[in-house]
Ligand binder design. Structure first.
Ligand SMILES: *Cc1c(COP(=O)(O)O)cnc(C)c1O
Length: 383
C-alpha cells in the first residue's frame, strides 16, 4: 500500500494493491496492438469468470458503473417493451430512473430500503403483466448491503420466458455466477469493485444472440453497446479514447484475482472480513441492519447507536484520523453507517478498524459498549 493513504472501506473505489497501482506507470497507444492485446485478455478473462465463453460476449464501456448500466439498458431493452425492475434500494431506483429517461416503459416491485424481492412475488407480477419482456435486478444492493436471492429470481424468469438483466456491480468477482446456467441476458459490473481495479470503466457480459439483434436500438451514440462491440470485434480497439492506464491496472488486478483463487478465493477473504467486522462491532454494542442470512460479504450496514453523543460527521473524522474512510448510511428509515469488506483488506486492517471505531466512540464521549439503536427495524427472518 502507498504509505499514509487511508484504507477505503467505501466500495468503491476501494484500496488497491501496490502492484495494481504500479501497472499504471506506462503510457499506452490506444491504437497499438500491445494495448489491444490487454483489452482482449481482460474481456476473455471476464467472460471465463462469468462462465459465458460459449454463449456471451464481454463489452467494456468507458465511464463509471452507471454508464455501463445505462449503455446495457439502452442497447438491450427494445423501445416499445416493458421492463420489471426489482427495487430495494438506491441502485434499483437508479435503474428505474435510467429507463424513465430513456422513455422505456417500466413497472417496479419496490421493497423499500432493505427487504429482498422474492421469487413468488416476481412470478405473480409476471403472470399479472404478460406484457413484461425483461426483469432487472440488483445482485448486491450496495445501499444496504443486502444480497438479493438471484438464483430464485432467475428461475422464475426462465420459467416465464423473460430475459433477466443483473446489475452485479458490487458482487461479480466475489459471488459465484454462471450466466449460461442462470440463465441471464446480461450481467453488468465495473473495474473498481470486487476485481479490485481502479475506477474508469464498466463492462457487460451479454448474451451474444441478443446483442447481435440489438443494432440501432440505443438512443445514444457514445453509450451504444452494440456499436462498441462491433467496432471492437472488427478492430480490436475501443470506439473512442479508452482509459488506457485503467485497463492496464485492471489486467493486473485480474491476474491477482486468479492468484487468490478466483471467485472462491475472494469470497472466502471477503466473508472472513465481514464476519470479523460484524463480530468486532457487535462486541462494541453495534447492531447490523440485516439478519445474518441477508448480510453480503461486500458491505454491511450498522445502525447508529441511540446516543446524544453520536454524530456521524464527527464519528467519520475520528475514524479518518485513525487511517480509515467509512461510508455514511443510505437508508430512509434509520440512522446508519456502512463498512465495506472489499479491496485490499485483511485481518490486520479489519482488527485495526474495529479498534479505531472503539477509540472514535470514546473520543465522542460514548462508553463502550455503545447504547442500542433507537428502533429495531422489522426482523428480516420473518420475511
Ligand atoms: C457501484 C454500483 C453501481 C455503479 O455506481 P457508479 O458510481 O456509477 O460506479 C451500480 N450498481 C451497484 C449495485 C453498485 O454497487
Amino acid at each position: 500500500m502507498t504509505p499514509n493513504d487511508p484504507y477505503l472501506l467505501t466500495p468503491g473505489p476501494l484500496t488497491t494493491s501496490l502492484s495494481v497501482k504500479q501497472a499504471m506507470l506506462h503510457d499506452w497507444g490506444s491504437w497499438d496492438n500491445d494495448f489491444n492485446e490487454l483489452t482482449a485478455e481482460v474481456c476473455a478473462r471476464l467472460l471465463r469468470v462469468a462462465g459465458g465463453q460459449d454463449s456471451h460476449v464481454c463489452v467494456p464501456m468507458q465511464g463509471s458503473g452507471t454508464f455501463a448500466v445505462e449503455a446495457t439498458l439502452g442497447t438491450l431493452v427494445p423501445r416499445n417493451s416493458t421492463t420489471l425492475v426489482l427495487m430495494n434500494g438506491a441502485y434499483g431506483q437508479r435503474i428505474s430512473k435510467i429507463l424513465d429517461r430513456l422513455g422505456r416503459r417500466c413497472l417496479a416491485i419496490d421493497k423499500g430500503d432493505y427487504h429482498p424481492p422474492r421469487g413468488d412475488e416476481v412470478a405473480r407480477t409476471l403472470r399479472q403483466h404478460p406484457e413484461i419482456d425483461q426483469v432487472v435486478v440488483v445482485h448486491c444492493e450496495t445501499s444496504s448491503g443486502i444480497l438479493n436471492p438471484i438464483p430464485e429470481i432467475a428461475e422464475v424468469c426462465e420459467k416465464a420466458g423473460k430475459r433477466l438483466i443483473i446489475d452485479s456491480m458490487s458482487a461479480f468477482g466475489a459471488l459465484p455466477v454462471n450466466v449460461a446456467e442462470l440463465p441471464c441476458a446480461a450481467l453488468i459490473s465495473s473495474a473498481n469493485k470486487c476485481f479490485e481495479g481502479v475506477p474508469g470503466f464498466g463492462f457487460a457480459i451479454v448474451d451474444k444472440t441478443l446483442l447481435s439483434e440489438s443494432e440501432g436500438q440505443c438512443h445514444s451514440l457514445s453509450l451504444d453497446l452494440y456499436d462498441q462491440w462491433r467496432y471492437m470485434e472488427r478492430t480490436g480497439q475501443w470506439r473512442y479514447t479508452p482509459p488506457t492506464h485503467v485497463v492496464a491496472a485492471f489486467l493486473q488486478a485480474l491476474r491477482e484475482h486468479e492468484a487468490e483463487g478466483g471467485v472462491a478465493g475472494r469470497l472466502a477473504r471477503y466473508s472472513r472480513n465481514r464476519d470479523r467486522l460484524v463480530a468486532g462491532l457487535r462486541e462494541l454494542g453495534f447492531q447490523t441492519l440485516l439478519a445474518d442470512e441477508w448480510l453480503s460479504p461486500i458491505i454491511t450496514t450498522f445502525l447508529s447507536p441511540d446516543s446524544p453523543d453520536f454524530d456521524f460527521p464527527r464519528f467519520y473524522e475520528a475514524i479518518k484520523a485513525r487511517g480509515f474512510l467509512i461510508y455514511p448510511g443510505k437508508l430512509t428509515v434509520a440512522e446508519s453507517f456502512r463498512l465495506g469488506c472489499i479491496g485490499q483488506l485483511h485481518d490486520p486492517q479489519i482488527d485495526a478498524v474495529v479498534a479505531a471505531i472503539a477509540d472514535a466512540c470514546q473520543s465522542l464521549g460514548m462508553s463502550v459498549p455503545v447504547p442500542p439503536p433507537a428502533a429495531a427495524p422489522d426482523n428480516l427472518e420473518n420475511q
